[in-house]
Design a protein around this ligand. Sequence first.
Ligand code: CP
Length: 312
Amino acid sequence: MNTGNIQSQHLLGLKSLTREEIESILAQATVFKEVFNRSVKKLPTLNNKVFVSLFYENSTRTRASFDMAIRMLGAGSINFSVQTSSVNKGETLIDTVRNLESLGIDGIIVRHPMGGVPALIADHVKVPVINAGDGFNEHPTQALLDLFTMIEEKGYIEGKKVAIIGDILHSRVARSNIWALTKLGANVIVCGPPSLIPIGVENMGVTVTNKVEEAIEDADFVNVLRVQFERQKGNFFPSTREYYREYGITPQRLKRAKDDVIIMHPGPMNRGVEISTEVADGPYNVILEQVTNGVAVRMAVLYMLMSRKTTV
Ligand code: CP
């Protein structure tokens, strides 16, 4: 069933993946999406595998989506809660993962507020590590599901204008999207207030603007990012009312985009801050389809990492 291969033992980010590897994961996800639409969804593919999800940050979509993917592949998971674990008795991250590995688990899914933690864990364990979001660094499975949804909607990505609008500075979603979209030949423009644009982001192969109208002009896709209040130390803009007035995605602003523009958001949304309710629930939004596609994409990642492990 495998449609390609991933060279790395881990999925730490999309920066290090080739276009071919990204396309292989998306092709495998297409196979699993078809399974997802069947009445009997469950496959026995990974029925002797057990995963542990370590979420040092809150999550609704990513955690539940990995849980769903694990179940659909017939695998098992350890219910690990950071809040009730021995982390709260002072056990280190590395001791925690090495102890979990000693239980015989087959893979670690990790979200952490510090960038680089999944790579650090990967240096200390033998099993595959999957990054479910690390600080401002990367959120590879989110970007993969975004790409999958884009291809589902418009057939291909090469040459499409993708506007990523919002809090780029604090966004691991933006970084993973930029690495992947530029590899697949998209024309990426990032937009937000100057205080929320990382210095040097143009070196990632994107155009930068602080004018939302310029970003939206003729866009095929508008990916709206959440203002990450929890990561902001200090004031990055005068008020949420002013942010909405300058950067909020409204039906009026979208008139500049292509007629069939697709509206995306990784969630969770701040309605009335970065996006209006009319747009969030409007005809061109694929926000819940993104969530659905997350299951097939995560199934593909788990399956490909596990099959790589057993075939080398
Ligand atoms: N998109 C995303 O990562 O959502 P959660 O934080 O709910 O997992």
